[in-house]
Design a protein around this ligand. Structure first.
Ligand SMILES: Nc1nc2c(ncn2[C@@H]2O[C@H](COP(=O)(O)OP(=O)(O)OP(=O)(O)O)[C@@H](O)[C@H]2O)c(=O)[nH]1
Ligand SMILES: [Mg+2]
Length: 271
């Protein structure tokens, strides 16, 4: 979605299940508007958090005109085929084979060949979101398939999510970058204050974890990790907001927040 929109809205990490919310972003061109919804990846839910994530997928598929099935071209074709078949899509779809910068042209041709006759997709397009290859072609194909209709959003709007949501996401992205294994999955970020002052933006955020031991890991020796997280997050926020930022981070322990309806709601994971 970032490549299509030309802005970094969705956070990115090398770990799976980075995206947790549905984020809409808009692209306007001559005579068209495309509303993109980035969603979490399709997974088998293990927690209420996962159920919320899959509801974000379901709701997007319900109101979309076109579904983009995005796959890593290096993944196992048969497994992808199984996942995509199981979605029982009711809308038109384009299978997007991403990361074609990582494989040979032969492998790309082979993958396109494997998927092109599948019932669940009308088109197969190989792209590289990283290099931008075929991203424009993908957008053209999307626009061709869209039904006629009025624009939903104003031309100057870029997304439906508030700025403070993205502030929390950028901090979460740094947690994915800095910590291994369970921490990124057991943590969430809630922006508690976002104040635009004359020379800077003051942001306070809570990092919520499930256990005291995770709080200790986040703090690090003598607070070294939280300090590093704060610095990295602040730089990323300053770039995104194009302003100086004063950032305050607090760590809170909420046992089992991923399975608690009230906590999930409080932290922005709505049904
Ligand atoms: N080489 C290469 N890497 C890519 C490309 N597109 C994305 N990546 C990398 O793939 C990884 C996953 O990217 P994400 O954007 O987090 O993927 P996602 O599908 O949204 O994953 P979740 O949000 O975790 O479900 C990151 O390390 C990206 O830098 C590409 O075209 N080429
Ligand atoms: Mg994502």
């Amino acid at each position: 979605m970032n490549a299509l929109v030309g802005e970094k809205l969705a956070i990115v990490s090398s770990k799976v299940q980075t995206t947790r919310h549905r984020i809409r972003a808009f692209v306007n061109g001559p005579g068209y508007q495309v509303v993109f919804s980035d969603t979490p990846g399709v997974i088998e839910p293990k927690y209420k958090l996962h159920e919320r994530m899959m509801e974000a997928v379901r709701s997007s598929m319900e109101d979309a005109d076109i579904c983009l099935l995005v796959a890593d071209i290096r993944d196992d074709y048969a497994e992808l085929d199984e996942v995509f078949s199981s979605l029982s899509l009711k809308v038109k779809s384009i299978l997007v084979l991403n990361k074609c910068d990582k494989v040979s042209a032969d492998r790309v041709a082979e993958a396109v060949d494997f998927f092109k006759a599948k019932q669940y997709c009308q088109k197969v397009i190989s792209i590289s979101a990283a290099s931008g290859k075929n991203v424009e072609l993908l957008l053209e194909n999307i626009v061709d398939m869209l039904p006629e209709g009025e624009a939903y959003y104003g031309e100057d709007e870029l997304t439906d999510m508030p700025t403070r949501f993205f502030a929390g996401e950028l901090i979460r992205e740094k947690i994915f970058e800095l910590f291994d294994e369970e921490i990124p999955y057991q943590a969430t970020v809630m922006v508690t204050a976002f104040e635009e002052k004359s020379t800077l933006i003051k942001i306070s955020a809570d990092i919520i974890v499930q256990r005291e031991s995770q709080k200790a890991i986040l703090l690090g020796n003598g607070g070294s990790m939280i300090k590093k997280l704060g610095t990295l997050s602040r730089h990323s926020l300053e770039k995104f907001l194009d302003s100086k930022v004063f950032l305050e981070l607090f760590i809170r322990v909420r046992s089992n927040w991923r399975n608690n309806d009230l906590h999930l709601k409080e932290y922005g994971y709505h049904v």
